[in-house]
Design a protein around this ligand. Structure first.
Ligand SMILES: [Zn+2]
Length: 383
């Protein structure tokens, strides 16, 4: 099975250039001019730009499917839908109402963490909680939250079959620092988030192993000129990547721009924080047992708390290009190369190079998704 993508412009880090892309089985085997492959399926991409498929490390569902569920079919159905928005890989972001329910959910969803033909690839779990600060809980009900516990985390790790890739944790909670060590030792990325930490508390978290920040600005102590806070600590930490929700509603574009100036193209990560409502027309819905209302790019509770974004990844990508003034190679870093690192898949995803997975998104001149290839198969093609 081979596929030849002809006449595209590759948004490569060394600058956009015209090329063909030859795919064999699930991998890219060549990128260059005038490639020949007798018998290959041909996809003429004249007028389209090719980049590595979008990778969403913070997503709770979309297309009507939710990861706040114990049904692995929900993950598979999301994975089949996501290529229509350019997404080729993702972390299943979830948590349960209590420790037993979280472990049961991870173990129930674990069979879904495998690549299926023509679908985006689930790369593992992002546990958004439960070790979060109650005063920065965002949309999570207070009863979901727990004090840091290594023993509890070990049960999550086992229930998930070692497939937890990212864990959001508030470093100022009692017992958080040894927990952060454990999370890193067991192979996941500890992420700062839902936190009220001061700058020194954040620094202790970074020293303990925190390497990433969950939706910078949202659900954390805001910047204060005498207190600093997590945003400042994260922006000045040298190697820490930061999630930016670019739906235009979670964070004011001028604030996003300010953060991006400090983060640069190697540390910023576009995420959607999408709910199941992303990409569907629905005015009212339920989140963690509470009624929420959807309007525009986001969903809110009755008290005004933003629950999550409903603008899909392709919208966030276009917003990021406009808000940050990015060229496409830089935009693909934020949407694919950097998140591949967070998800622990940088050796096979996030770059459009021979040897990498053939996860490719083709965008038209308005940056809308024209086609998406997942591990060598055309998973989406616009009618
Ligand atoms: Zn979230």
């Amino acid at each position: 099975m081979s596929l030849l993508i002809r006449n595209t412009v590759v948004a490569s880090p060394s600058g956009p250039h015209r090329a063909d892309i030859l795919v064999q089985g699930p991998r890219i085997v060549a990128v260059g001019r005038d490639l020949e492959a007798p018998g290959a399926e041909i996809l003429d991409a004249e007028g389209l730009t090719a980049g590595p498929g979008f990778i969403d490390v913070h997503v709770h569902g979309g297309g009507g499917r939710t990861f706040f569920s114990d049904d692995p079919a929900e993950v598979a159905a999301y994975a089949a839908w996501a290529p229509s928005r350019g997404v080729t890989a993702f972390l299943v972001s979830t948590v349960g109402p209590d420790a037993a329910a979280t472990a049961a959910r991870l173990s129930a969803l674990r069979p879904a963490i495998q690549p299926l033909p023509g679908s985006a690839e689930p790369l593992g779990f992002h546990l958004e909680g439960p070790f979060l600060n109650p005063i920065r809980r965002g949309a999570f009900p207070a009863h979901y939250l727990r004090e840091p516990s290594i023993a509890e985390y070990e049960t999550f790790h086992e229930a998930a079959g070692g497939l937890v890739r990212q864990v959001t944790v508030a470093p100022e909670l009692p017992g958080a620092l040894p927990l952060i060590h454990t999370i890193a030792r067991l192979g996941a990325v500890p992420a700062l988030g839902h936190t009220d930490a001061t700058v020194p508390e954040c620094r202790h978290g970074f020293e303990a192993g925190i390497a990433h920040v969950t939706h910078l600005f949202n659900a954390m102590r805001p910047i204060h000129q005498r207190e600093g806070g997590p945003v400042v600590a994260a922006l000045e930490a040298p190697d820490v990547t930061c999630e930016l929700i670019c739906d235009g509603a979670h964070v004011e574009p001028a604030v996003l721009r300010l953060a991006y100036r400090l983060l640069g193209p190697l540390r910023a990560v576009i995420v959607t924080d999408n709910l199941h409502l992303a990409g569907v027309d629905a005015g009212q819905a339920v989140f963690a047992g509470e009624e929420i209302t959807v309007s525009g790019a986001h969903a809110r509770k009755a008290d005004g708390t933003i629950v999550g974004s409903v603008a899909t990844f392709d919208v966030h990508f276009r917003n990021a290009v406009e808000i940050f003034g990015l060229d496409l190679p830089a935009a693909f870093r934020l949407a694919s190369t950097n998140p591949a690192r967070v998800a622990g898949a940088a050796d096979r995803k996030g770059q459009l190079e021979p040897g990498f997975d053939a996860d490719i998104v083709l965008l038209d001149h308005d940056l809308h998704v024209a086609a998406t290839i997942c591990r060598g198969e055309v998973a989406y093609r616009r009618a």
